[in-house]
Design a protein around this ligand. Structure first.
Ligand code: HEM
Length: 213
């Protein structure tokens, strides 16, 4: 496969975006842990505790906003990075780690945003969650079981907030961090491999090789 300056720029962009993804995941996880010191995962209590964080806790509103922003930017950055990788035509089999971890990371960050819908126990979040639950329930064969796992059986109440909080703050956030690190590792491995390939092209001058790696 020939390596052009265009490929080089896209490859570098993919690496920079991967570093941004790891940073955003770390920021979201750290601010999430800070929020959890005051957050109460219960119906009603969730809304009150987030209001308390925003108004009474020192730097609470800032930490809350940073968490929301980092989580939202994570989805956007992960999507843009996949497009950059696609345009860079990095379809070698050795890019598989980067592709698979990138796709799983996008799904995990969407899952994090989705599980957070009910975490603030606002009117908007509550009704949005109820509507989306009916869509989940309509999935053939597994719909009802999935609904029961998410809701905790019966009505949407404190058990539901606890379930989604556990999925959000333990399972998915740990998954996002692991996937972000694997993704960056995969991308850096490719950088190294391509550098080796460029170095072995005899027709290229030393200056050209330096520009492409
Ligand atoms: C990689 C890690 C994480 C990501 C990407 C992430 C992402 C998000 C997103 C996108 C939201 C919704 C923001 C919005 O309403 O606009 C959210 C809300 C929330 N997250 Fe996380 N989160 C992460 C880790 C954690 C952890 C570790 C905790 C707690 C231990 C946590 C606790 C919360 C809480 C309490 C909310 C509700 C706040 C609200 O609705 O405004 N998060 N998170």
């Amino acid at each position: 496969m020939s390596i052009s300056a265009y490929d080089f720029i896209l490859r570098r962009m993919a690496t920079i975006l991967s570093v941004a993804i790891v940073t955003l995941s770390a920021i979201a996880a750290i601010t999430g842990i800070l929020l959890s010191f005051y957050y109460e995962p219960s119906a009603g209590g969730a809304y009150q505790s987030l209001k308390w964080i925003d108004s009474e806790v020192t730097n609470g509103a800032l930490i809350h906003s940073i968490h929301d922003l980092a989580g939202t930017l994570l989805i956007g950055t992960a999507l843009i990075q996949m497009v950059v990788m696609f345009l860079g035509r990095q379809f070698r089999s050795s890019w598989l780690t980067g592709w698979i971890s990138g796709i799983l990371l996008i799904l995990t960050s969407i899952g994090l945003a989705w599980t957070a819908i009910i975490l603030d126990w606002s009117q908007e979040g509550y009704w949005r969650f109820r509507i989306e639950l009916s869509t989940i329930e309509a999935i053939p064969l597994i719909g009802h079981t999935l609904r029961d796992i998410l809701v905790g059986g019966g009505a949407v109440n404190t058990t539901t907030v606890e379930h989604l909080y556990t999925i959000h703050s333990y399972l998915l956030s740990a998954g996002a961090i692991v996937l972000a690190v694997i993704h960056l590792w995969g991308i850096l491995r490719q950088e190294k491999e391509i550098k080796g390939e460029v170095a072995s092209i005899p027709e290229l001058s030393v200056q050209n090789k330096a520009e492409m790696t």
